[in-house]
Design a protein around this ligand. Sequence first.
Ligand SMILES: *Cc1c(COP(=O)(O)O)cnc(C)c1O
Length: 404
Amino acid sequence: MNSALLPAYARIPLAFERGEGAWLISSSGERYLDFGAGIAVASLGYGHPHLLAALEEQGAKLWHASNLFQIPQAERLAQRLTGASFADFAFFTNSGAEAIEAAIKTARKYHSSSGRPERYRIITFTGAFHGRTLAALAAGGNPKHLDGFGPRVDGFDTVPFDDIQSAESAIGSQTAAILVEPIQGEGGIRVPSPGFLKALRELCDRHGLLLIADEVQTGLGRTGRLFAYELFGAAPDIMAIAKGLGGGFPIGAILATRESARGMTPGTHGTTFGGNPLAASVANAVLDIVLAQGFVERVALLGHELKARLARLKERREAILEIRGEGLMLGIALNVPVDDFAAAARAEGLIVIPAAGNVARLLPPLTIREDEIAEAVSRLDRACHRAELARPPVLQPKEHGGAS
Ligand SMILES: *Cc1c(COP(=O)(O)O)cnc(C)c1O
């Protein structure tokens, strides 16, 4: 196709016209069961009446105001997010990468405003993904993403994921913070050992560092908890969220404690669009559902159900090496090339998302039904069959590469 879109993506030749719940309908009328949710974004599926009503109601009143003025919808959203988490403050952005930037700035400013301007370095982890802006790329440290874009932004020290000794050894007199995804998403649904996050929390406390959690993918119920840090019993000082927050409307945020945000006084940071009335109204509608009694618990139960079914599938299918993840953020480590597998799944009418390490990610809408989970697993079974026939299993999984 002769496209005027910058060819920064190798796009699959498939376009969607409509969505209904967990289903996407292509422009040629085929129905796909969507276990990608636009990469963990459409957390309430497509065409949710409550989100649509919020969008239409606010859309008729006021879309944009500017952060020069009060924005009651953003005030309410901030109250609810801080009320449901460790945090005291929220700052709204338009994307995950911008939330990461805000988190990095907040951590650096905390130290400089406390008389320690030399503390600006941030410890990060191999296999991480934090977004595509220059500092987020530097934090992610993926050589493929950094190549050709000039010097890597200074101030990031990358150590092996899930290795607490290496993290401790990397702490120096210039260290400001540790930045970590509680579960790595793009890196291949890598779940650290149970004590890792808590050990990072303790390191931060011992050395006067801030702990920054990147919950852009894991946040807002995805892992069967409202936030993934709850799984590990260790709260961060600053957290970035985005993907599921707007249910498909672009909005992100940082959440921060009063102490960690002490440097962020008027004029230190800003955004034209972030947290505008329309975005905040839609996100409030998402929270109406995600914060409702029993919603996140249901995600956990469905996650167990899906994982158990996948474990049984693994017993029968050579294409599957390992099932991992939490809640409705699951990964299938494959013995066949993940791109072939994703194509085989599409041929069976199922969308899955490739991740590094030859892993297929399953990130269905959190509103997925039990019968749809069963349907997805039988489609995965058929996709395994196709992929096994097409290419006998020979590949061994890589530790981590760079899929995104
Ligand atoms: C997607 C993602 C980002 C980047 O979000 P964008 O909205 O694409 O900028 C950052 N961190 C994690 C963990 C992500 O999954």
